[in-house]
Design a protein around this ligand. Structure first.
Ligand SMILES: Nc1ncnc2c1ncn2[C@@H]1O[C@H](COP(=O)(O)OP(=O)(O)OP(=O)(O)O)[C@@H](O)[C@H]1O
Ligand SMILES: [Mg+2]
Length: 479
């Protein structure tokens, strides 16, 4: 830690980078341009009494694999709080800096070019909260190259810059700035989580894994917030919920809270909830005319016979609603077997559904990975010899497959009916066309990327880039 100093090496570097130019006179205040940060006009106080320079910044966060960059917001114009620019810059250090009022603070130091009087050279700037200060930027001694002569009796010796320049910053839909993406997951090392982080970072975004169950929130506050480890989670543009079945209830509350904060969620809490409630999901899909195996459910043992009739008699499939990965999915070959399995499950007070057995699927189901209104990848899963359940966890094997037009349309429609932007739609190929088994709101990437060789994580990130609502701020323009 150094106290308000630059190391000699840094200074030498700065000098070397500077192209020698003619003499520049600085007054005690000057208008500067910070092109690397997308700031066209900043009124700065020139203070030769201060060693280092600083700029007002908030939501300061280092990012990237090795934290070599930092992202932050700037309100460059004190009188115009509506102007917000999100910047990113090379992070060179973290140092203790003592400000003029004697307070010492550990600050991030960035390196970025400063342009003034037709000259441009790189300077180091510390990031700090200068909200209450009259000047959003302070230019200290180390930022003054040797062509600069300071005359404290002058003001704006290099001329003024117009604040109207901020009005010209593009408020385009197309995003130029990087997104801050939160991946809600309890498993940081999970393949899907890792791939999403990798793909986001490769496209210049910042991705943070947020452990869903570690989040807590004050839901009565008028300003919704989500906290973790004593800190508010701030500045997220997007969240990608990867909510495991066992934490659906809590996970949905966390997603809802982010939604209340105006953060774009790839899948909404409502859609995740609908997909997780298997009975409701079946009702929604059926109502929209999507092909599904004939299905019935009942609580009372008295209804067993009727239920078996609904689905066309044995053989039939009985499913425990709480089951996943093929556990709790039973094939009853005869009516007798069906009656006894249904009776046994009901005796255990388990929720079940009874379904027509789609024999012609011959132990194969099809996973369609839907993003937006497209199936971006698909695979078929073939059950192990002697099983009808094609789950990979049950020894099933996965292969590439070409979908029919009808299968594509069915998968896309199923995702849309459920309100999911990203979904894994499982289909069976039946004699009467595709039948939807299930719509999954957190489809895994490993199997499908491996089988298809497609970079699904990148396709997901690209979808987010197009759909994340642009924040109501001025985007930095590379000047
Ligand atoms: N009605 C059916 N007819 C034929 N095969 C079926 C039927 N239902 C399920 N299967 C087979 O059994 C497998 C497991 O069923 P399902 O996907 O419904 O349950 P699960 O995988 O345990 O639940 P989840 O997919 O929610 O984790 C399916 O992938 C499919 O191969
Ligand atoms: Mg399944």
């Amino acid at each position: 830690m150094t106290n308000d100093t630059d190391t000699p090496q840094n200074q030498t570097e700065l000098m070397e980078d500077a192209v020698s130019d003619k003499e520049l006179i600085f007054g005690w205040e000057e208008w500067v341009e910070l092109p690397g940060l997308g700031l066209p006009a900043v009124r700065a106080k020139v203070d030769t009494g201060a060693r280092s320079s600083s700029i007002h910044a908030f939501m300061i966060e280092p990012y990237g694999r090795t934290n070599k960059r930092v992202r932050f917001g700037v309100h460059p114009v004190p009188e115009r709080p509506d102007v917000v620019v999100f910047c990113s810059a090379e992070l060179v250090d973290q140092r203790e800096i003592t400000s003029s009022n004697g307070e010492t603070e550990l600050r991030y130091i960035i390196r970025t070019p400063m342009r003034i009087g037709g000259q441009e050279w790189p300077i180091e700037i510390s990031l700090t909260n200068r909200e209450s200060m009259q000047y959003r930027m302070l230019v200290g001694r180390t930022a003054l190259r040797d062509t600069v002569i300071v005359d404290p009796s002058l003001s704006c010796a290099q001329g003024k810059l117009s604040l109207d320049l901020y009005d010209d910053l593009p408020k385009t839909k197309k995003r130029q700035s990087s997104l801050k993406i939160g991946i809600l997951s309890r498993e940081p090392n999970n393949y899907s989580t890792q791939r999403l982080v990798e793909a986001a970072e490769a496209k210049g975004h910042m991705a943070k894994i947020i452990n869903t169950t570690q989040c807590y929130m004050n839901i009565t506050s008028t300003r919704p917030e989500v906290h973790m480890g004593g800190k508010a989670l701030e500045g997220f543009d997007v969240i990608i919920p990867r909510i495991g079945a066992s934490v659906t209830f809590y996970g949905m509350a966390v997603v809802r809270q982010f939604e209340a904060m105006g953060v774009y969620s790839l899948n909404s809490a409502a859609a995740i909830g609908a997909a997780r409630d298997k009975l409701y999901a079946h009702q929604l899909l059926a109502r929209s005319g999507i092909g599904m195996p004939d299905t019935g459910f009942a609580r009372s043992p008295k209804a067993t016979n009727e239920l078996i009739k609904f689905v066309g008699g044995a053989p039939l499939v009985i499913k425990l609603l709480e089951g996943t990965q093929g556990r709790g999915v039973v094939l009853a070959e005869t009516k007798k077997a069906a009656e006894s399995v249904i009776g046994a499950f009901q005796g255990l007070k388990a929720n079940i559904l009874v379904q027509e057995f789609v024999k012609e699927a011959s132990g194969t189901d099809i996973r369609c990975f839907v993003v937006g209104n497209k199936v971006i990848a698909s695979m078929k899963r073939q059950a192990e010899e002697g099983d009808f359940r094609s789950n990979l966890h049950r020894g099933g094997k996965a292969f590439k497959i070409r979908l029919t037009k009808e299968e594509r349309a069915t998968a896309v429609k199923a995702a849309r009916v459920m309100g999911l932007s990203m979904a894994g739609v499982d289909l069976l190929r039946s004699d009467d066309g595709p039948k939807v088994l299930e719509v999954n709101s957190s489809p895994g990437l490993e199997g499908i990327e491996t089988v298809t060789g497609k970079d699904i994580a990148t396709l997901v990130i690209e979808y987010i880039e197009k759909h994340a609502r642009p924040p109501k701020v001025f985007k930095p323009k590379r000047l």
